[in-house]
Design a binder for this molecule. Structure first.
Ligand code: HEC
Length: 127
């Protein structure tokens, strides 16, 4: 009888340890995967102003598809992560097609990476 309860205790101790270990490692990996980044109000405002100054609004509107996708649709497709800021900033600078259709997005070689990132931070903050 005594032997059994000792076995029971060590077994349940092991189960508790395994559970604690696995939940903490799951929490860590999911935190690593999606780093939602929250830009500051001023980064968003600057991004909006940069877009207004550039030619973007000739092809993009806030919530209707024009030549390019609406910014709301872009924000729906891409969560606000550092990885997406990087991909989309590159796309603004280099141009490209294929994510929304066959009409290409023109390149903006004169836009800096810093400015492009602010534009993307604004776009992905649109709800
Ligand atoms: C001549 C029209 C045109 C102009 C000007 C334009 N775009 Fe686009 N944009 C497009 C098209 C078309 C697409 C869809 C490309 C695709 O299918 O991958 C697009 C896609 C995008 C995307 C999504 C990219 C992706 O890979 O999902 C972003 C973000 C974007 N544009 C931002 C901007 C910004 C910021 C500017 C101004 C600096 C701008 N665009 C100017 C036509 C334009």
């Amino acid at each position: 009888m005594k032997k059994n309860s000792a076995l029971f205790f060590s077994l349940s101790y092991a189960i508790v340890c395994i559970t604690l270990f696995s939940t903490s490692s799951i929490a860590q990996t999911s935190a690593k995967k999606v780093i939602i980044s929250k830009p500051t109000e001023s980064q968003i405002a600057e991004g909006k102003a940069l877009i207004a100054k550039s030619d973007c609004l000739a092809c993009h509107k806030l919530d209707i598809k024009l030549v390019g996708p609406s910014y709301k649709d872009v924000a729906k497709k891409y969560p606000a992560t550092e990885a997406n800021y990087k991909i989309l900033s590159q796309k603004i600078i280099s141009g490209g097609k294929g994510n929304w259709g066959e009409i290409p997005m023109v390149a903006h070689a004169n836009v800096t990476l810093t400015d492009a990132k602010k534009m993307v931070q604004y776009i992905l903050s649109i709800k």
